[in-house]
Design a protein around this ligand. Structure first.
Ligand SMILES: *[C@@H]1O[C@H](CO)[C@@H](O)[C@H](O)[C@H]1NC(C)=O
Length: 260
């Protein structure tokens, strides 16, 4: 319980560190943060009581369903491809996913709170394309290029989430994979928007067509800063929904993925 209170406090600090908002936005943010809390609570209780966890899982599903419409419900553990294959994929992809999650809630959060647009851009940067020089290298330059990918880049984190989601399907796509991929798509689009906003703030990109209902008007830095903070909360919420879907029905021998 003490632990849970600490979570609440840290989430509140997260929410309140982003100031300068209208009352309406504050309410919206609070609503999303509540989703973070509910998920966190479910995870916390899962460690302490199975029965309670079941009950809370149901509560999470109900509360998520009430706020976002249709939601997944898995009756059976999804293990379409067999345990050995899942173990292999788990070991291969989840370290990247977990490292991405801890980067998101610490460094990336600080960059966003501090309007460090150059930092955000480099955190989301894709590795450079394979060059002629790379081909001459022993490993084709794979190691070097991978080290140049941002800590929360698509190729480092979101691709791993996507591939891990696919592991829960065989010939046909399972509801679990579908639920996980829905959040992958959402997070991917949020990250692309964050990347574009960071580049706009740095003057490297223009707003182009339709920008969040602002038309072709170039947003100023305070608008970009505001939108970035909203995207951070939306992305974190999508992340936690992904974790919820990934953990649901995961065999007990696997460690559950942590929520943000
Ligand atoms: C940015 O744009 C908004 C909306 O057009 C405006 O209210 C605000 O004063 C602008 N801020 C700055 C620093 O220019």
């Amino acid at each position: 319980m003490k632990l849970f209170v600490v979570y609440l406090v840290s989430l509140f600090v997260t929410a309140s560190s982003f100031s300068c908002e209208s009352q309406h936005r504050q309410q919206q943010r609070f609503h999303h943060v509540v989703l973070f809390q509910t998920s966190k609570r479910e995870e916390f209780d899962a460690h302490t009581s199975t029965t309670r966890s079941r009950f809370l899982t149901q509560a999470v599903i109900t509360s998520v369903a009430a706020s976002t419409g249709p939601i997944f419900l898995f009756q059976e553990p999804a293990l379409a491809r067999g345990r050995a294959t899942l173990e292999f994929a788990y070991d291969k992809y989840t370290p990247r996913i977990m490292a991405g999650g801890s980067f998101y809630k610490s460094q990336l959060k600080n960059m966003i709170a501090g309007n460090d647009f150059a930092g955000i851009k480099s955190a989301l940067a894709e590795p450079p394309k394979k060059s002629k020089e790379d081909r001459a290298k022993v490993d084709g330059g794979v190691t070097e290029r991978a080290s140049q990918a941002g800590q929360f880049s698509d190729s480092r984190v979101i691709v791993a989430m996507d591939l891990f989601a696919s592991q829960f399907s065989d010939n046909s796509i399972s509801p679990k994979t579908k639920a996980m991929k829905k959040e992958v798509d959402e997070l991917r689009s949020i990250v692309q928007t964050m990347d574009s906003l960071a580049k706009q703030a740095l003057g490297e990109e223009s707003a182009g067509g339709g920008f969040f209902g602002l038309g072709k008007k170039q947003p100023n830095k305070s608008e970009i800063s505001q939108k970035m903070k909203e995207l951070y909360i939306e992305g974190g919420t999508a992340w936690n929904r992904y974790v919820f879907a990934a953990n649901d029905g995961l065999p007990v021998t696997f460690n559950k993925l942590p929520y943000l």
